[in-house]
Design a protein around this ligand. Structure first.
Ligand code: XLS
Ligand code: NI
Ligand code: NI
Length: 442
């Protein structure tokens, strides 16, 4: 069998923070126990198939740049797909990553008809099952690409043409079954082209109802086939459409409530989608946790000055620490994990660069885990937050929240009260505290 990554023997070893070896982890020590669980079980890393193995570096301004010998056309599309899959599994094995993720069209070529596409998918799911058995790795999630083919130009479930809805439903049905067959822990629905570019030809109410019906059918089918993974929506505010319906976590929460899907569907939060929606990653996690819909994370970051989905590997320990802190505070991942929905930069053309990107991302998140869990264990911030709201447990607070006090009561009470004493919010002190936890990681 061709070896696609001959310069890396793998599995990538853990060598500690003093190591200068670029092909070693400095922080991610899979077996190290942190707050009662190994790093492997806390972080649940996954590599994505699409950007890492199906993409050759092409962008809207130019052709592919990356050295990707497995993306060739040997004449037979299934042989090509098998070759790509062996490159992917060689990479998963050498990196030493416990999970992977795919779209149906990443692993199997689209055929001339629906039936042909279905047959291709079946062959490639068998192939993947063989690789997974050999390697003993897991599938974090599967999904369907219902946005690339021109038939989806006006969306999949939100299309004005019910024929397109029906076709997409068939495709998602097969992708869900494939995910189930491969033991997937989740099934993801990113909105793709579920949104609009112009209100002049869009019926918002109909499109939302269609989306809800589609999602309900997915939930029904999940139960029918006995899939025990979690169904996840992936919020994103824009791109490719001007306004995506799954704008952010709060929007998804409202949607799930309105259509009675709470308890059935959670969210997959992408770090850079949070940025694009004008939020911090930590904010999106916190909103999901408090709404009971936190599921999984796509760990790719953006760039503060470029307003599109850049899919960079996460390199900011500070940003990731704040998000990881919210995840841990909420009890950590259940079926979710940190998935690298990440792209290399277009000039990082060597195959080995795929290792450097993932090693850096995994180390960033391992450091974030260490800082966040120390903060949580010491109660460094929780004690301050508890004290800050402590008066709500007193007579006044419980009276108000218990519904015993009226607006008029509070008017009367205010008549005899002296001016209120204010307290410092100490934001800078707390920011320094977080910085100290990050400095102290060991
Ligand atoms: C696009 C999304 C996509 C999903 C999977 O912005 O991040 O890659 O994660 O369809
Ligand atoms: Ni994503
Ligand atoms: Ni994205």
């Amino acid at each position: 069998m061709t070896e696609f990554f001959p310069t890396v023997s793998g599995p990538i070893p853990y060598e500690g923070p003093d190591s200068d070896n670029p092909l070693a982890f400095r922080w991610y020590d899979a077996d190290r126990v942190v707050a009662g669980k190994t790093m492997r079980d806390h972080l649940r890393f996954a590599v994505c198939y699409w950007h890492s193995f199906s993409w050759d570096g092409a962008d809207i301004f130019g052709a592919g740049t990356l050295d990707r010998p497995w993306i060739t056309d040997p004449g037979d599309p299934i042989e090509a797909a098998k070759q790509k899959m062996s490159a992917a599994f060689e990479f998963f094995e050498k990196l030493g990553v416990p999970f992977w993720s795919f779209h149906d069209r990443d692993i199997a070529p689209e055929g001339a008809t629906f039936a042909e596409s279905a047959a291709n998918l079946e062959v490639m799911v068998d192939e993947a099952a063989g690789h997974m058995e050999r390697l003993g790795n897991g599938l974090l999630w599967g999904t369907a690409n219902v946005f690339s083919n021109p038939r989806y130009q006006a969306g999949a479930s939100t299309n004005p043409d019910p024929e397109v809805f029906a076709y997409a439903a068939g495709q998602v049905c097969l992708a869900l079954e494939a995910t189930h067959r491969l033991g997937g822990e989740n099934y993801v629905l990113w909105g793709g082209r579920e949104g609009y570019d112009s209100l002049l030809h869009t019926d918002l109410a109909r499109e939302q109802d269609q989306l809800a019906r589609f999602l309900t059918m997915v939930v029904e089918h999940k139960k029918k086939i006995g899939f025990e993974g979690t169904i996840l929506l992936e919020p994103k505010p824009c791109e490719p459409t001007k306004h995506q319906y799954d704008f952010d976590v709060a929007t998804c929460f409202a949607f799930l409530q309105k259509y009675d899907l709470l308890g059935e569907v959670r969210v997959n939060i992408e770090v850079n989608h949070a940025t694009l929606s004008g939020h911090d990653f930590a904010h999106e996690v916190a909103v999901a946790v408090q709404s009971g819909i936190f599921g999984s994370v796509d760990a790719n970051q953006g760039d503060d000055r470029l307003g599109w989905d850049l899919d960079r590997f996460p390199m900011s320990v500070e940003d990731m620490t704040l998000g990881t802190y919210e995840i841990l505070k909420g009890g950590g991942f259940d079926t979710g994990g940190f998935m690298f929905d990440t792209k290399l930069r277009r000039q990082s053309i060597d195959r080995e660069d795929l290792f450097h990107g993932h090693i850096g991302g995994m180390d960033t998140l391992a450091r974030s885990l260490l800082a966040a869990s120390a903060m949580l264990e010491d109660g460094a911030l929780t004690d301050i937050v508890d004290a800050r709201y402590g008066d709500w447990d007193g007579e006044l607070g419980t009276g108000i929240l218990g519904g015993k006090t009226s607006l008029g009561d509070l008017r009367d009470r205010a008549m005899d009260q002296p001016e209120i004493t204010r307290r410092s919010g100490q934001q800078e002190r707390l920011e320094n505290l977080v910085a100290r936890y990050i400095e102290r990681i060991a």
